[in-house]
Design a protein. Structure first.
Length: 276
């Protein structure tokens, strides 16, 4: 295997909205600092995502000196600050229920106008508790299942080569970390403990893909069945489509674009091998 390095880094401050490309990333047990600490919930306080509201990909987020700014191609900017209220509400994400702080009414009204339903933007305070399942001691933000998600450029290139007239962006898969290098596509299936710069990560499981990669990351509409249609032909196992790795942090506090990546230990079989 040749050299491997970090190609891209992304943070998603609000779950299921636009990501922010960064040059360096602070690391926490819950995931990248500022990643998915905010989330949208509906009237029953259950989480909302692009799976049902693909227009959320049109909700852009930027950092400023005091917090966040939200905007869309057609709506004015609005500032978002970490709530100082002591109010807490119970919110549900998948099977987990945790405590969150609701944002100001003006912000919620602004986002409700975008989605055309009543929604509440909520923030996960430090006191809130959520854990990665599957016998892990790692905490978790509002990310689906794991604090960090990694994909590789060789695998994405291979996928694009299999789809006619398609050039999928890495953002379609909403990764935190994209790595490139001289190694075979899907070699990451067998990565176990990896080192990125001075940080170490444990690859916990392959990432099961939902419908979100079929949504254009900037237009906000579904574009047919790709890439899932193609992935299903060769990345299907146990009735799930797999692409990328879900990881937890072992040690370290920061990684940067260009950092070297090394595979310290490898695990069992690749997906192609378990498919038989």
């Amino acid at each position: 295997m040749g050299s491997i390095r970090v190609q891209e880094l992304f943070i998603y401050p609000i779950k299921s909205t636009q990501g922010i490309r960064v040059q360096e990333m602070e690391l926490t047990e819950l995931g990248p600092a500022y990643d998915r600490r905010w989330m949208l919930v509906g009237e029953k306080n259950e989480f909302l995502t692009q799976r049902k509201f693909p227009q959320l990909s049109q909700l852009f987020v930027e950092f400023d000196e005091e917090g966040l700014q939200l905007f869309t191609p057609s709506m004015r900017r609005i500032k978002v600050r970490v709530p100082t209220t002591k109010e807490r509400i119970a919110v549900k994400i998948w099977q987990d229920v945790c405590q969150a702080v609701p944002a100001d009414a003006e912000i919620n009204q602004w986002i409700s106008e975008l989605l055309r339903i009543p929604v509440t933007l909520v923030y996960m305070p430090e006191s809130s508790q959520r854990q990665v399942h599957e016998s892990s001691n790692s905490g978790l933000s509002f990310a689906d299942t794991h604090p960090f998600h990694l994909i590789t450029s060789p695998s994405l290139i291979d996928l694009n080569d299999r789809i006619a007239n398609e050039n999928l962006l890495s953002l379609c898969f909403r990764p935190n970390i994209v790595v490139e290098g001289d190694f075979p596509p899907y070699d990451e299936d067998q990565w176990d403990l990896i080192k990125i710069g001075d940080a170490e990560f444990r690859c916990r499981e392959w990432c099961s893909r939902c419908q979100i990669p079929t949504i254009h990351p900037f237009i906000g509409v579904r574009q047919g069945s790709e890439p899932l249609h193609t992935l299903e032909k060769y990345r299907l196992w146990k009735q799930e489509i797999w692409f990328g790795q879900n990881m937890i942090l072992v040690s370290g506090s920061k990684i940067r674009v260009g950092d070297s990546v090394s595979v310290t230990t490898r695990t069992g079989k690749s997906l192609a091998e378990v498919q038989g």
